[in-house]
Design a binder for this molecule. Structure first.
Ligand SMILES: Nc1ncnc2c1ncn2[C@@H]1O[C@H](COP(=O)(O)OP(=O)(O)OP(=O)(O)O)[C@@H](O)[C@H]1O
Ligand SMILES: [Mg+2]
Length: 338
């Protein structure tokens, strides 16, 4: 559905794209991620006909965006990074206007507007001026205008940027729904968003693609998949037993919480199942296992490796904390609102 070949673009002396090639099959939701200045917006602007590349080609539905700009614009809806809207217009008036400039014929306009109002959950605010809406609703209006001519392809440049966590989830769900029927390229700085919504991910860095794969394949290629363990029992003995199993340097002590000792086991063969650990700790030694799971590397780890992040990532959420909170005794508060 989308074919991009060897795109190059300079802004003066700045090389924004240094030869970007990829394809997106029909129906795929592609996550497009990369650090600031990587070239995401530049690529999206070229795909949507807002910018000419210096070299290379981009095709939508088999049509070249440079040679057939009018035809390819019909195939694609675009939510730009800045989401430019007319603040003094009402939602309905703006969407009617968007339908006109997108060439939706008069007799279909009403139905087209009604459909995007429904699909984007704008029913409650359609009479309001856009300037009065919250940022999340403005993003919905941006999505609605991108979809007004019912395009097969949607290019969304940071659709959830600057939204609160509730609105992020709502827009994400909306994108998931939209993505069931369309081909979508979505750029974002929220890697969990890619994990939650995308089939495939492209990581772009300094104008070049440094990774392009299905999400599960990309994260499973990352080598060591450590096991996270929480055990109640004599710490030294537990450590010794685990060292016998995994090798001395492979037991990384984490912390103690209450009676439980937490550690990470590295270097275990992937085919070693949880049974072997359970057997050693529980069946043979009678200790209590309070946590056992294989840590899958997050996209964040891979992103940082490939794009040169050097500092330790700030943990987004501590799964152990969650597990502990979930197993805490009834009546105990799960984290207050300080
Ligand atoms: N209009 C412009 N004039 C000059 N340089 C530009 C212009 N637009 C982008 N650039 C430069 O081109 C490079 C790629 O920018 P681009 O906006 O495509 O990155 P991005 O991946 O979208 O970044 P961000 O995550 O910050 O949105 C950057 O070095 C940027 O400074
Ligand atoms: Mg950008």
């Amino acid at each position: 559905m989308i074919q991009v070949e060897n795109l190059k673009k300079h802004y003066g002396p700045t090389q924004a794209l240094a030869g970007v090639s990829f394809e997106v099959p029909r129906g795929e939701v592609l996550g497009f991620v990369g650090p600031n200045g990587a070239g995401k917006t530049t690529t999206m602007k070229i795909l949507t006909g807002f910018l000419y590349p210096d070299e290379g080609s981009a095709k939508l539905g088999g049509l070249d965006v440079l040679e057939q700009p009018l035809e390819t614009k019909k195939l694609v809806g675009y939510l730009p990074e800045s989401n430019p809207l007319y603040m003094e217009m009402s939602v309905l008036a703006y969407l009617r206007f968007a339908a006109d400039i997108r060439g939706v014929e008069g007799r279909y306009r009403k139905a087209a507007v009604e459909k995007v109002v429904r699909d984007c959950g704008l029913g409650g605010v359609k009479g309001k001026d856009i300037g009065e809406l919250s940022k999340g609703y403005k993003q919905r209006v941006g999505l609605a205008q991108a979809m007004i001519h019912d395009p097969d392809i949607l290019i969304l440049d940071e659709p959830t940027s600057g939204l609160d966590p509730n609105q992020i989830v709502e827009i994400r769900n909306l994108i998931k729904k939209i993505g069931q029927e369309r081909t979508v390229i979505l750029s974002t700085h929220y890697l969990q968003e890619v994990e939650a919504t995308c089939d495939r991910v492209i990581i772009i860095h300094q104008g070049r693609i440094v990774a392009d794969d299905k999400l599960d394949r990309l994260v499973s290629q990352d080598g060591d998949l450590p096991l996270l363990l929480g055990v109640v029992g004599p710490e030294e003995k537990i450590r010794t037993q685990l060292q016998e199993l995994a090798g001395k340097g492979n037991v990384e002590s984490l912390d103690r919480r209450g009676d439980a000792f937490f550690c990470r086991l590295h270097g275990l063969p992937r085919e070693m199942g949880n049974e072997a650990i359970f057997d050693l700790l529980v069946t043979r030694n009678g200790w209590k296992l309070v946590e056992l799971h294989r840590e899958t590397p997050r996209l964040e780890t891979i992103f940082r490796k490939l794009t040169g992040g050097t500092e330790e990532p700030v943990p987004v959420e501590d799964e152990r904390e969650e597990a502990l909170a979930a197993s805490s005794s009834p009546g105990e508060e799960k984290g207050g609102s300080e």
